[in-house]
Design a protein. Sequence first.
Length: 213
Amino acid sequence: MKRFFATFLIAACAGTAWADGLQSLEIFVQAVSSGRADFTQVVTAPAKDGQAVRSKSSSGTFEFSRPNRFKFVYKKPFEQSIVADGQTLWLYDADLNQVTARKQAAALGSTPAALIAAAPDLRALQADFTLAAAPEKDGLEWVVATPKAKEGQLQSVRVGFRANEKPAGLAALEILDSFGQRSVLSFSKVEVNPALPKDTFDFKAPKGADVVR
């Protein structure tokens, strides 16, 4: 369970009246080249054998710079990091003192992280996802992204934007996998196009950490 929240993210982590969600995604991808935010994540597993629905929560910070650089730092309930430096995708578990490294091009593709942080434009997203606007809900404009690749574990992703923020304000990410598990990330304190330090997405394995490639 220690590594579940981070790996969930990278596994696999419309009609005209509802066009705003799709337009918001296009504006977000085009106008927001970098960003920084806090996030909370709630992962809910489907009920089994009469058991109650189980949920687990985590929180941390998120930064990105297009194209193909982002960082999720989980602070609670345990420390983990996901860092994409443009070439390698790094996953660090502080409790285990273990680093997993994967080639970024092979690891991303049709993933939630690609939707909000990695893709350089909407055309790149449409190569991997079928995109459709969805009705406004909870004061947010929504777009649904369905992976075109059928062999992955990701069933669908919903991205929510704050309609009253320009450029489109990222508010939520809802991830549904093929096993019925749902992960909801809510973003707050969102900064649009901040000047991020050059070394923001550099990653060096901590001394003594076990590195698995």
